[in-house]
Write a protein that binds this ligand. Structure first.
Ligand code: GUN
Length: 302
């Protein structure tokens, strides 16, 4: 691997660079009278979803993407939600559309995600888009995996021929990322091992890895004894815990034991300030891409 200039991989800095590039693309769309637009649907009162949706809207505003949130009551029926998705699918002024997860338990996420127009599916969760990604021809790469690929690219961390361990097999992170990193593509060509709760002798796998992606959903799960000193650690986790330095307050931490790993690995992402900002920036990027594709050069809104 070439030298990585930083030990702590700064997701905020990479996100700023991505957003700067987006501003240029958005300005170009503007010359044709087009403003990219994202609509978010939130159902019910999940507190984390409220925070995430607000953060996404704020990020849209900061780069010049128009956004709107449709908030439906917790008791909304399947048909009401499907009707809302259908109306937004048909609305030509909406380029990107996402339904914030989790949904209330009585609504089947798979059915709702499958109802989103795949051309507007900026989350990349529609089965068709997941299928395209698995085939090695992604249309929309889900935001967190895309953000991670961008961090690796920015810091010139090679994946070709390298051993990557992905801890976690979620549909939003572990599965797509394992697929992308093993694809025959500039960002891929890695040998990928997906580990999960039933993996035997986990440390044997993680110690062999050049890159470890911690997306297990367990607080401070990945510790220094589990990784090689030459490893790059990408931490996808986000957890809240009591802050020992500020009694009564909380702080964020990840799936990796940042303090224990720092100085004992080649490089690692912090929490906060690592993958999180890149996830939001990647959603914005997918929205701009959707707007460009839905309104190709030669068409004009003016
Ligand atoms: N809930 C947590 N992460 C996500 C995400 O990336 N997209 C959506 N739609 N919901 C989420």
């Amino acid at each position: 691997m070439p030298e990585i200039a930083a030990e702590v991989l700064d997701g905020r800095a990479v996100a700023e660079k991505v957003k700067e590039e987006l501003r240029g693309r958005i300005a170009h769309l503007g010359t044709r009278g087009l403003i990219p637009s994202l609509t978010l649907i939130r159902v019910g009162e999940d507190p984390a979803s409220r925070v995430y949706v607000r953060a996404k809207q704020k990020a849209c505003k900061a780069v010049g993407i128009t956004s709107a949130t449709i908030h439906l009551p917790e008791q909304s029926t399947r048909q009401e939600l499907l009707d809302q998705v259908d109306a937004l699918n048909r609305d030509k002024s909406v380029h990107g559309l996402l339904v914030q997860l989790p949904l209330p338990r009585h609504l089947a996420e798979d059915e709702i995600l499958s109802a989103i127009d795949p051309q507007k599916d900026v989350d990349g969760f529609h089965p068709l888009n997941i299928g395209l990604l698995c085939l090695g021809t992604p249309r929309f790469i889900p935001a967190t995996p895309l953000g991670i690929l961008k961090i690796l690219e920015f810091y010139q961390i090679p994946t070709e021929g390298r051993c990557v361990v992905v801890l976690g097999r979620s549909r939003t992170v572990g599965r797509p990322l394992a697929n992308l990193l093993s694809a025959k593509a500039s960002f891929g060509n890695a040998t990928v091992t997906v580990c999960h709760t039933l993996t035997r002798d986990l440390n044997r796998h993680t110690r062999e890895a050049d890159i470890v992606i911690a997306a297990a959903g367990s607080k401070r799960f990945l510790t220094a004894d589990m990784v090689s000193p030459d490893a790059v650690v990408i931490d996808v986790g986000i957890h809240r815990e009591p802050d020992p330095d500020r009694p009564g307050k909380t702080r964020l931490c990840g799936d990796a034991d940042f303090e224990g790993l720092k100085g004992r690995v080649r490089a690692l992402t912090p929490v906060p300030g690592g993958v999180g900002p890149m996830t939001v920036a990647s959603l914005l990027a997918n929205t701009v891409t959707a707007a460009e594709r839905l309104s190709p050069e030669g068409t004009s809104a003016l």
